[in-house]
Ligand binder design. Sequence first.
Ligand code: ATP
Ligand code: MG
Length: 225
Amino acid sequence: DRQSSPQRRARRIGIMGGTFDPIHNGHLVAASEVAHRFSLDEVIFVPTGRPWQKLGDEEADPSRPVSPAEDRYLMTVIATASNPQFTVSRVDIERAGDTYTVDTLRDLRRLHPEAELYFITGADALESILSWQDWEELFELANFIGVSRPGYELHVKHLAHHLAQLPPDTLQMLEIPALAISSTECRARAARGRPVWYLVPDGVVQYIAKRKLYRAPRASSPGVS
Ligand code: ATP
Ligand code: MG
């Protein structure tokens, strides 16, 4: 069948968006598994610019701002460097203002006009993307792959009516190996001097130490230097 010969098939690109503060093995397993299952040619990791969802997130830690974009970008580069299918894009960190998935997809669509795009997202993030943004346009720009994540379940009930009108396969759910790792937990561990070895790639452990990221804010007791 000549039509399905490899040369004619559109390039398939996965897009893994995230704050990546820090990138951890849960992100990497998700990207690797989706790449395998959907025969992707490449997965582009896209660190967010200003993550509007996370500013003013009182529950997480009111005092802690998100780490500088360049640190999150470099950790993502370090974590993905050994995989020839993984690349990192600066589109979100170079765009002014808050990061919205629709802008990420528009930019990558422009850069890869011939490709089929697959936006990869954990169940938790998928729900907020679909409920906060103009998701009808999102589905025109890319296929969405929702991956399982321990502790989260996807509630798409309120979207079911609209989803029924979309072409099949626009949104697919994929069970992936469960890694109960979050960046929040990695930051908390680093702040308390607990190990993050094997939760994040070795190079990221070393980068966190080198740049002194996630150190607990100094107590405001006088005389401590
Ligand atoms: P934070 O705790 O700061 O929110 P995070 O661990 O959730 O960090 P993000 O950068 O917010 O990481 O997530 C980027 C994407 O990766 C999201 O789509 C998220 O759902 C997904 N993701 C993160 N961790 C996992 C995991 N352990 N398993 C599957 N998907 C994950
Ligand atoms: Mg998150």
